[in-house]
Design a protein. Structure first.
Length: 172
């Protein structure tokens, strides 16, 4: 937490730990997107009750401390239901659509991209909103001016690569 954006202290909840919420199952790879006055935290979770199925889950907050219960926003489809089928979710908003980048494999690197008008629904057991597959792992999309870039974990040993990223059809 930081009041001025320069010096940060680790947040500790009532139980003395730094996590903000639990579940479903082990949670990892969080990313936060601000939409209006609300924060959306997308992350990877595993459903213990369903053979550790991997899902992209979402929680919302107005203050980054108090979070809603989780909602599953993407699971299954062609990436499958294995324990790593929805890792490293990354969501951006562009031209009226939300784009979810969802890892499925590191060897070979496979990332599934979904597009939706609703930031809380990218499809459950469906590829209806899937638009492409990219050969990147754990991508993050960066915009500088009108140019977009994509980062990728290139070799799983710490190397990160960045490349220019384009949209088709091209953006105006």
């Amino acid at each position: 937490m930081s009041s001025g954006g320069i010096t940060f202290t680790r947040y500790k909840g009532p139980d003395g730990y730094s996590h903000l919420f639990h579940g479903p199952g082990p949670t990892r790879d969080p990313m936060v997107l601000k939409v209006g006055n609300q924060y959306l935290c997308y992350y990877c979770g595993n459903l213990e009750e369903i053979n550790w199925q991997c899902v992209v889950a979402l929680r919302t907050s107005f203050d980054l401390i108090n979070w809603s219960d989780y909602k599953i926003v993407s699971a299954g489809g062609s990436p499958g239901h294995h324990a790593a089928s929805a890792e490293c979710p990354f969501v951006i908003f562009l031209d009226g659509y939300y784009y979810l980048f969802r890892n499925n494999s590191y060897r070979p690197t496979i990332n599934h991209v979904y597009r939706s008008k609703d930031p809380m629904n990218f499809g459950i057991d469906s590829d209806e909103k899937k638009i492409t597959v990219l050969p990147v792992a754990a991508p993050e999309i960066i915009q500088i001016g009108k140019q977009f870039y994509v980062s990728t974990v290139a070799d799983l040993e710490g190397e990160i690569k960045v490349a220019k990223f384009g949209w088709y059809p091209p953006l105006e």
